[in-house]
Design a protein around this ligand. Sequence first.
Ligand code: GAR
Length: 199
Amino acid sequence: MSNPAHIKEKKIVVFASGSGTNAENIIKYFQKSPNASVVAVFSNKRSAKVLKRAHDLNVKALHFDRDALYNSYDVLHILNDINPDLIVLAGFMWMFPKDILKKFPNKIVNIHPALLPKYGGKGMYGMNVHKAIIQNKEKESGISIHYVNENYDEGEVIFQAKIEISEEDTPETLAQKIHKLEYKHFPEIIQELLQKKSQ
Ligand code: GAR
């Protein structure tokens, strides 16, 4: 029996810690998709703007604390109930726990605002990355979408895109350029990964 038209087959869950402009972009992209949708957004920060963005777009918005992620398995239990096809980290700043990685092998992806393996690892997130790149007078930067493993920013890279850095660029203008790249490519790569999984 086929699914009724209003039920989308593929479920995406997003984890984010801050503003959540990527999360919003991904939600909106899949609201236009016939076969996939963002079913929940999780944040470790109660005041994170991403939770409001999700709520305003009628997506379940959930806050959790360290205990729920690392000790009590509450987050794992909710994820088991949802049974997502893909877990997307979009500006999520905590290490993903081993139990969840084990439970969802090859189903967890992250976006990093630099060309990994450069400018990855602990402490390298958000504006810290752009500041370091400008300070080092790099000529280019970009984005990396990769599978998540037990080490920060070390999982297999799925996709990268580059931009040039001009002499006038500041960490702020670089962040804007990087966000633009992220908005263009991240939803498309998520879509491709979901398609591959159904083949
Ligand atoms: C994004 O640029 C993302 O690549 C970065 O945080 C930003 C979140 O922006 N992620 C990392 O630095 C992970 N190490 P957003 O909240 O506006 O989507």
